[in-house]
Design a protein around this ligand. Structure first.
Ligand SMILES: Nc1ncnc2c1ncn2[C@@H]1O[C@H](COP(=O)(O)OP(=O)(O)OP(=O)(O)O)[C@@H](O)[C@H]1O
Ligand SMILES: [Mg+2]
Length: 352
């Protein structure tokens, strides 16, 4: 890992704020602080913050409850605010690329280039073809500014702004490494989004966000049983923690919605196979709050016909018991990958 002090990882998701702080030790990183606060419904819709004050309050509360004093943070954004494209450009030096990248971005990004932050990563150099492959990332300035402004209102200093999918990939890479010969998908199913990142031969080869997640499951239970959202949410969570206590009707709604989300995911995987010429998918790794539902895991596995497993977020990160609420950690583990990935970022590294 690079030099510097760990930033506090702050994941502002649709359903909740998740905060992690790591401390680097000689034996590797240790989780020293953990915070979680639910957000009221409609606070964030489709990635847009509709109620900034509610997020500021949740941030203040979570930092206080988790007893975190440091104010330097890493944030991330996702969904419609971000466009990621794999592009091919002629071989050039880093200096030439820095100059050229805005022009390249204009060719590939369907927004006015003035409205986006552009960044890139060189995926592969292919001198024999005189070409190189880049991962081009454009993040809408307005969204980035909304999130950083909210953080500042909560007296925090955003030092790094990352992308959800890449923070999860970084955490995964730290825990497991990226097998150089394999193709696998990392899928984060949260409340409003299912984001897919296909990693092939050690680099991100395809990313796509699907505008469906756990809220969609809850809304369908709400609609089909005629119960309030909160009640539907309780039924859904019960299906993962005490499945035998769930009525057949609830179980059947969950089954059918999970199957439809899995179908959408599969369409993206098929699209990747068709366009990349990469025939195989070796494994799927699932995370995000909705991965608590075994129905979703099974539905994805049935469609993709490969093994699906959950990402254990803390495989190589020890936990310091003193300030970390063990029950919170256990019940929210699936929701922590983005915040954990962010908390691995350092204050001295390159920013987005
Ligand atoms: N035990 C559980 N069983 C079923 N669903 C759960 C469970 N715990 C959390 N969820 C669902 O997970 C979702 C929240 O997950 P997560 O925290 O990863 O999303 P988010 O980051 O807030 O949202 P997004 O990433 O979409 O903006 C909610 O829809 C919630 O109902
Ligand atoms: Mg999320």
């Amino acid at each position: 890992m690079s030099e510097g002090k760990n930033l506090v990882g702050v994941d502002i998701g649709t359903s909740s704020v998740k905060i992690c702080q790591l401390k680097e030790t000689r034996k590797g990183p240790r989780l020293v602080k953990l915070g979680f606060s639910p957000l009221p419904r409609q606070t964030i819709v489709d990635g847009h913050v509709l109620n900034a004050q509610a997020v500021v309050e949740a941030l203040n509360r979570t930092f206080a409850e988790a007893k975190i004093k440091d104010r330097d943070i890493a944030l991330s954004i996702s969904g419609q605010a971000v466009i990621i494209r794999k592009i091919t450009v002629p071989m050039m030096t880093a200096a030439e690329l820095d100059e050229q990248i805005q022009w390249e971005a204009e060719q590939h990004i369907p927004f006015d280039i003035k409205d986006v932050h552009v960044d890139y990563e060189v995926l592969r150099r292919r001198p024999e073809a005189g070409q190189m492959d880049l991962l081009l990332v454009a993040a809408k300035r307005e969204e980035v500014n909304d999130y950083t402004e909210i953080a500042r209102q909560a007296r925090l200093r955003p030092v790094v702004v990352d992308i959800d999918a890449f923070t999860v990939q970084n955490l995964f890479e730290f825990n497991r490494g990226l097998p150089p010969e394999q193709t696998f998908a990392i899928i984060n199913v949260g409340a409003s989004l299912a984001s897919i990142n296909i990693v092939s031969k050690g680099v991100s080869a395809f990313t796509r966000d699907i505008a469906n997640g756990g809220n969609y499951i809850t809304e369908q239970i709400q609609k089909q049983l005629g119960v309030p959202f909160e009640q539907a949410e309780e039924f859904k969570v019960m299906a993962s923690v005490a499945p035998h206590q769930v009525s057949p009707q609830v179980a059947s709604v969950i089954d059918s919605v999970c199957d439809s989300i899995a179908g959408e995911i599969q369409r993206s995987l098929d699209f990747f196979h068709a366009t990349s010429g990469e025939p195989e998918m070796h494994r799927i790794f699932l995370t995000g709050g909705s991965s608590n539902l075994s129905q979703l895991l099974n539905a994805i596995g049935r469609r993709a016909r490969v093994g699906v497993e959950l990402i254990p977020p803390l495989e190589k990160i020890a936990v310091e018991g003193k300030d970390v609420n063990a029950q919170l950690l256990q019940s929210r583990a699936a929701q922590l990958c983005v915040a954990l990935g962010l908390s691995m970022r350092k204050d001295k590294e390159r920013r987005l």
